[in-house]
Design a protein around this ligand. Structure first.
Ligand SMILES: Cc1cc2nc3c(=O)[nH]c(=O)nc-3n(C[C@H](O)[C@H](O)[C@H](O)COP(=O)(O)O)c2cc1C
Length: 400
C-alpha cells in the first residue's frame, strides 16, 4: 500500500525491526531497510533483506549494484511515503536533531519530504536524560513524530520507561499518515501498453511499463479512493486495495473501461493504447518467405474520445506522451476529446516517460490553467494529478 523505509539504528531492540519489516510486508507495504553501522552489530542486513525482499542500504559511498537510482540515498528519500526509525537510539535522535547527515540513514532522513517517525528504545536513564528529551522536543517541533517507548523490563537489567513500542503499535501509525481525502470517489485508472496480436505467437506493442498508471492507482487507494485499475500487460506489482482488471488489446481495454464508466467519478487514462491493430490476425504462425511482408493495419477505437463524447458527471484526465510539439498536441487532444485535464510529457527527456521512476508533467486544464510540475518521482507526480482532480471534483460539487 505504501513505500516504507525502515531505518534501523544500533540498539538491542534492533531485532524487533525484523518483526516490523515482516509485519509491514504482510500488510502489503513495500519495505526497504537502511541500517546504521552500529545496527549491523545487532542484526544482519541479510535478515532484513530476506524479510523485505529488497536490498538493504548500509553504505552511502558504495551503492548497491542493483539499484535503479543514481544517488541512492536521495532516490530512496524521494521514493518513501514514510520513514520509520526502529529502534531510534539516543545517538541517532541527537544526530537528526542537530541536522547531522553523515551516513546513509541520516542523509536520507534529512533529504526526505515524507513523514519520519521515531520509535525510541534505550535505557530508562538515557531516555530521561534532559539532553535526549530536548532533542526529542526539537524534532517534534520540526514535525517529526514519535511512537513513545513504554515502561517495562529493559535489556540492561533495569526496569523503566525506555522499552520500544511493539511492532504492531508502530505499524498502526502508518494508517494515520495519509489523509483520506479521496474517500467516496470511484476512480478508474488505465495503465500499461496494449498488445495487438499478429498471429498466435506475435504481437505489436509499445514501451509503456505501466509505472505511472500504477503509481496513480496506488496513491489514489492510499488516499481512500475506490480504485479500479484497467491494466494492459505490465510487470508492476498490483497495489493493494486496488481492483485490477487485466486486459491485452485496445479493444479489451475499451470494453473494460466502458463497463466501469457509469459508476466512475473520475477516469485517468495513463495507458499507452495502440492506435492501430493488424487488420487480420493469422490463426497459425506466419511462416517466413523470401520476400518482404506488408502488415495491413486498421484503427483501434479511440477510448478517450468515446469517454469524452459520453461524459456526464465524470472528470476525465488523459495523458499525452509526445516526442515533439508537446504543447500543441496536448492542447489539441484536450479540446478534441472533451477532457478536463491533459497530462503531457515529453518521453524523449532523460527523466520522463516509459520505464522511468520520475516524470516531468505539464497539466493543461480545460479551464485554461497550466500546471507545470517539476521532475518528480512518479508517486509524487501522481499525488499532484490527484490533487487537481480533487480540486475540480470539489468545485463541481459546490456548484451543483
Ligand atoms: C549491547 C549494546 C546495547 C545498546 N543498546 C542501545 C539502546 O537500546 N539504545 C541506545 O540508544 N543505544 C544503545 N547502545 C549504544 C549505541 O549502540 C551507540 O550509541 C551507537 O553509537 C549508536 O549508533 P547509531 O545511532 O548510528 O546506530 C547500545 C550499545 C551496546 C553495546
Amino acid at each position: 500500500m505504501a513505500h516504507v523505509i525502515v531505518g534501523v539504528t544500533g540498539g538491542i531492540a534492533a531485532y524487533k525491526a525484523a518483526e516490523l519489516v515482516s509485519l509491514l510486508g504482510k500488510q502489503g507495504h513495500e519495505v526497504r531497510c537502511i541500517m546504521t553501522s552500529a545496527a549491523q552489530q545487532f542484526i544482519t542486513p541479510l535478515t532484513l533483506q530476506t524479510l523485505s525482499g529488497n536490498p538493504v542500504y548500509t553504505d552511502m559511498f558504495h551503492p548497491q549494484d542493483n539499484m535503479e537510482w543514481q544517488v541512492e540515498h536521495i532516490g530512496l528519500a524521494r521514493w518513501a511515503d514514510c520513514v520509520l526509525i526502529v529502534p531510534a537510539t539516543a545517538d541517532f535522535i541527537g544526530k537528526v536533531a542537530h541536522g547531522l547527515a553523515d551516513d546513509f540513514l541520516s542523509t536520507c532522513v534529512m533529504a526526505t519530504a515524507a513523514p519520519v517517525i521515531f520509535a525510541p528504545a534505550m535505557n530508562d536513564q538515557m531516555y530521561a536524560n534532559p539532553i535526549v528529551q530536548r532533542n526529542i522536543a526539537t524534532l517534534r517541533e520540526a514535525g517529526y513524530r514519535f511512537v513513545d517507548p513504554v515502561d517495562g523490563n529493559l535489556a540492561c537489567g533495569t526496569s523503566g520507561k525506555g522499552k520500544m513500542a511493539s511492532p504492531g503499535e508502530i505499524a498502526a501509525v502508518l494508517e494515520t499518515l495519509r489523509e483520506q481525502d479521496l474517500r467516496g470517489l470511484k476512480i478508474v485508472v488505465t495503465a500499461g501498453p496494449t498488445r495487438e496480436a499478429i498471429d498466435p505467437v506475435r504481437f505489436m506493442t509499445n514501451h509503456s511499463s505501466g509505472k505511472m498508471g500504477y503509481a496513480i492507482a496506488r496513491q489514489a487507494a492510499n488516499r481512500g479512493a475506490d480504485v479500479v485499475l484497467v491494466s494492459g500487460p505490465s510487470a508492476q506489482p498490483v497495489p493493494s486495495g486496488v481492483t485490477v482488471v487485466k486486459v491485452a488489446s485496445a479493444r479489451d481495454m475499451f470494453e473494460a473501461v466502458k463497463a466501469q464508466y457509469d459508476a466512475a467519478d473520475v477516469v485517468i487514462k495513463a495507458a499507452a493504447v495502440a492506435d492501430y491493430r493488424p487488420k487480420t490476425v493469422a490463426t497459425q504462425k506466419i511462416k517466413k518467405s523470401e520476400g518482404d511482408m506488408v502488415l495491413e493495419l486498421e484503427r483501434n477505437p479511440d477510448i478517450l474520445a468515446w469517454l469524452g463524447e459520453h461524459k456526464k458527471h465524470q472528470i476525465l484526465m488523459g495523458f499525452a506522451a509526445e516526442t515533439n510539439d508537446v504543447r500543441e498536441h496536448a492542447l489539441g487532444k484536450l479540446a478534441r476529446k472533451h477532457l478536463d485535464f491533459i497530462a503531457a510529457n515529453d518521453v524523449t527527456m532523460s527523466h520522463s516517460g516509459f520505464g522511468k521512476d520520475t516524470n516531468q508533467i505539464t497539466v493543461y486544464g480545460a479551464d485554461g490553467r497550466v500546471h507545470e510540475l517539476p521532475v518528480l518521482a512518479k508517486e509524487a507526480a501522481a499525488d499532484q494529478l490527484l490533487n487537481l482532480v480533487l480540486e475540480k471534483y470539489q468545485s463541481k460539487k459546490a456548484l451543483s
